[in-house]
Design a protein around this ligand. Structure first.
Ligand code: 5SJ
Length: 116
C-alpha cells in the first residue's frame, strides 16, 4: 500500500535531519544566511541552503529518498566551504558537520535499504 511505503521514509528522513541538526551546535546552519548582514553572499553562492529550508522541504514532501536529503545537506556544506575562508570558524564547522553528517547519512541509507 503506497501510504505505508511513504510513512517509514518520512519518519526516517525526519529522524535523519534531526540528527544532522544536532551536530550544528553553534546553530550556524539553522537559518538562511542573512543577505543584509552578508551583502556579497549571493555573488558567490547561487543556491543558498540551510536546515530550516530543509525542514520545510521535508514536510512538503520534496524529499523522496535519503539521497534527496543528502543532496541539500551537501549543497549547504559546499556553500559554506566556498564562501568562507579556510581560517574561519564557519569553514571549520562545515568540515566538521560534513564528516559527522556523512556517518549519519550512511546509516540512514542502510536503514532505507533494509525497510525499502
Ligand atoms: C550576525 C551575522 O551572521 C553572519 O554573518 C552569519 C551567520 C551565519 C552564517 C554565516 C554568516 N555564514 C555562513 O556561511 C553560514 C554557514 N552561516
Amino acid at each position: 500500500v503506497l501510504e505505508m511505503q511513504l510513512t517509514p521514509m518520512l519518519l526516517l528522513l525526519r529522524s535523519t535531519l534531526e540528527q544532522l541538526q544536532e551536530k550544528d551546535t553553534a546553530q550556524i546552519f539553522a537559518e538562511p544566511v542573512n543577505i543584509k548582514e552578508v551583502p556579497d553572499y549571493l555573488e558567490f553562492v547561487s543556491q543558498p541552503m540551510d536546515f530550516s529550508t530543509m525542514v520545510s522541504k521535508l514536510e512538503s514532501h520534496a524529499y523522496r529518498s535519503v539521497a534527496d536529503l543528502e543532496a541539500d545537506f551537501n549543497l549547504m556544506v559546499s556553500n559554506c566551504l566556498l564562501y568562507n575562508a579556510k581560517d574561519t570558524v564557519f569553514h571549520r564547522a562545515a568540515l566538521r558537520i560534513r564528516d559527522l553528517g556523512g556517518a549519519i547519512l550512511r546509516h540512514a541509507q542502510r536503514q532505507a535499504t533494509n525497510t525499502g
